[in-house]
Design a protein around this ligand. Structure first.
Ligand SMILES: [Zn+2]
Length: 425
């Protein structure tokens, strides 16, 4: 029989399947494949796609029980169907481009997985193409390209292909959202001046962010021993020629993990600049005159308020403590910048600032001070004191005021969610 679709691609293996050869296989094997590829199609995670148009295909049969490949859903024209428009050479060129894309996709998954595996202090449960069942209903599952736990957050990485359509994107995002999992769509390359429809779908849904794992990101990931992504941010839409873009290389810890919609994105450059300006002010204000310090402080209160962030002088203690832990240099305190100094600081927080205890001890752990402080003379005494109040940490007097959380998260985005006393996700 003459089949219209002679070549399909196996997206999981990156290989091409030739109809006239494959359908000579033993019947059981073909039926197994038919069933499995249909299940994948229905999940929006096609396994077999047409080599020419990249659309999912299914295995169909004629009345005489002869097998053939058929487009699964008509989502666009396939050049095969309008034969005559393209000659064989042109069809082969399309096929070849598809094979290349498919191999690139596999390579990209491997490299993302490898970068996460190297970063073992922050990433655990790194897996490739592992079935993730919904914690709400174990019958619901998805198979993300790569998944991991990043600093206590469940994350999946989906490589964006030309076979990915909006319905697939929204459906998968809904699934992961229900499962309190952050999904990051990755592009192999990205050209802001020539965006495809589906790229815009992802971009607009994700606060104008597109994450690209390109050659430079690959190089940096290898050099830094962690996953680095090239992030393009659409700043202002002004028609293709006038769009304003900013791009930067990001570590996952630079991202804002927004649990209200389970999206991870890079905070806008204005906010990042504001955070940097604030840090400069905070670390250097001791050399300012009292009046300058006050005027500048009032200025920041206004600038931050415009972004919906609360700052007042009540935060001095905790900001000094966090900047000290982060930089390893005492800020605003006269203690020595070593483990003994941090032990004294910890005692002060423990004794006088109950609402910052939880955050401070997490930060001490995160910035690598816990062990050093414990090893000090009298370090054990601190642990005893902390253990004594640990059961009370849920009480209202130990609660970090909610209104300060957004600012602290902006200034110290690397701190884990747990540091803020929020539900572990
Ligand atoms: Zn096709």
């Amino acid at each position: 029989m003459e089949r219209r679709i002679e070549h399909v691609r196996d997206l999981l293996k990156g290989t091409e399947v030739v109809a006239s050869e494959f359908f000579l296989s033993e019947e059981g094997l073909i039926f197994t494949r038919r069933y499995r590829s249909m299940a994948h199609n229905l999940k929006g995670q096609p396994e077999l796609v047409c080599s020419v148009c990249n659309q999912p295909v299914l295995i169909a049969g004629t009345k005489d029980q002869e097998f053939y490949f058929k487009h699964f859903r008509e989502q666009g024209d396939c050049p095969i169907k309008t034969k005559g428009d393209l000659n064989q050479t042109e069809l082969d060129r399309l096929r070849y481009a598809g094979v290349k894309e498919s191999q690139k996709h596999l390579q990209l998954k491997d490299e993302v997985e490898a970068a996460l595996l190297v970063d073992s202090t922050r990433c655990s449960k790194v897996m490739k193409e592992q079935v993730r069942r919904s914690s709400l209903d174990s019958k619901l599952w998805r198979k993300p390209d790569v998944s991991c736990d990043f600093m206590g957050r469940k994350m999946v990485f989906e490589v964006q292909l030309s076979t990915t359509y909006l319905n697939v994107i929204t459906e998968r995002e809904a699934h992961y959202h229900d499962d309190q999992t952050f999904v990051l769509w990755l592009f192999a390359d990205f050209d802001p001046s020539n965006l495809r429809f589906v790229e815009k779908d992802i971009l607009y849904a994700n606060h104008g962010n597109a994450f690209v794992f390109d050659d430079e990101a690959r190089k940096r990931s290898k050099a830094e021993g962690k996953l680095i992504l090239h992030c393009h941010q659409l700043m202002k839409r002004g028609g293709i020629a006038n769009d304003e873009w900013e791009d930067t290389f990001v570590d996952l810890a630079d991202l804002t993990f927004d649990t209200s919609e389970y999206r991870a994105y890079l905070t806008s450059p204005e906010l990042r600049r504001l955070a940097d300006d604030f840090k400069d002010y905070w670390l250097n204000n001791s050399s300012m005159s009292a009046l300058d310090r006050y005027t500048k402080g009032e200025e920041f209160i206004e600038r931050l308020a415009l972004e919906g962030l609360n700052f007042d002088y009540e935060l001095c203690t905790v900001l000094n403590a966090l900047y000290s832990l982060k930089s390893g240099q005492m800020v605003g305190y006269k203690y020595s910048s070593d483990a003994n100094g941090f032990l004294q600081l910890a005692n002060v927080i423990l004794g006088s600032y109950p609402k910052y205890v939880h955050l401070f001890f997490w930060a001490m752990k995160h910035y690598g001070w816990s062990g050093k402080v414990r090893a000090c003379n009298k370090g054990d005494r601190l642990k005893e004191k902390f253990d004594a109040i640990r059961p009370k940490l849920g009480n209202p007097e130990f609660k970090l005021p909610e209104k300060y959380v957004p600012l602290i998260r902006l200034l110290f985005p690397e701190l884990p969610q747990k540091a803020f006393g929020m539900k572990m996700i």
